[in-house]
Design a protein around this ligand. Structure first.
Ligand code: PGA
Length: 252
């Protein structure tokens, strides 16, 4: 894979259409892997953007018998300093918004630990990379984009070859999280994130972006020279990537 000025393929669609399309692709992957006697390995995001996808997958389980028994998930990131039960932890988000609703085996769900001891963080990150590799790599990465161009918590300045690691959160990221935390002072300053290279290692990458808040960063993601100033630009050049975005985010 090379850093590339290749365009990012775009599918203009409503949030509801994007949720159905992504859920359909994930369901097809799960069924194809099951037929081959294998696990489907998903990379999953948090935030507002993927909620429609999770709702649609829950619906497919209920109405269409979609079976998640052969699914392993790796989340993109987690705040450091939060216990798993903290209302803003991504562990709790995933359990409430998705895992418990579909009865996913906790042993099949990987999320960086928010309460790992400081001395253990580097080893924990290396272990996360090993678990992804041992699972056979990521089949399908679903991503949102932050208003500062982050993917996962790969904040501006993140290198294309970065791996799972501890990061300092960018001011925009913390400001965007402040309301949920009830004030900026409660937002953690550090996090663990999969790296850019970890994400780019996924066999398929789908990026969702909706609404006016994402318009300016989408423009830069699509037009800027790829580089660490907008980490989402590194997605251009992946061999199977697609952006699903609504007309408002695309400025159309
Ligand atoms: P959002 O977050 O889905 O809440 O807009 C996206 C992101 O920060 O990656």
């Amino acid at each position: 894979m090379t850093t590339s000025t290749a365009p990012l393929p775009i599918q203009a669609c409503s949030p509801a259409e994007a949720a159905r399309e992504v859920a359909r692709e994930i369901a097809a992957l799960i069924r194809e892997r099951r037929a081959a006697g294998r696990m489907a390995v998903l990379c999953l995001p948090t935030g507002r953007t993927p909620l429609g996808v999770y709702d649609e997958l829950v619906r497919m389980q209920r109405d269409e018998g979609l079976d998640f028994a052969n699914v392993t998930t790796f989340n993109l990131d987690e705040f450091l300093g939060l216990p798993p039960e903290h209302p803003q932890s991504f562990r709790r988000y995933m359990r409430e918004r998705f895992f418990s609703r579909i009865g996913l085996e906790p042993a099949h769900t990987w999320i960086p630990s928010g309460d790992v001891a400081p001395a253990q963080i580097a080893a924990h990150c290396a272990e996360y990379e090993r678990e992804i590799a041992d699972a056979g790599g990521l089949d399908y990465a679903l991503l949102g984009i932050g208003r500062n161009g982050h993917i996962g918590f790969n904040e501006p300045g993140s290198a294309r070859d970065s791996r799972t690691r501890e990061v300092r959160l960018h001011d925009v990221t913390r400001a965007d999280a402040a309301r949920a935390f009830g004030g900026l002072e409660f937002v953690p300053e550090r996090a663990i994130t999969m790296g850019v290279a970890t994400i780019l290692g996924a066999r398929r990458v789908r990026v969702l972006a909706f609404g006016a808040d994402k318009r300016e960063i989408l423009r830069r993601t699509l037009e800027d020279a790829p580089g660490p100033q907008v980490p989402a630009t590194f997605l251009r050049g992946h061999s199977d990537v697609r952006l699903l975005a609504d007309g408002v985010a695309l400025g159309r």
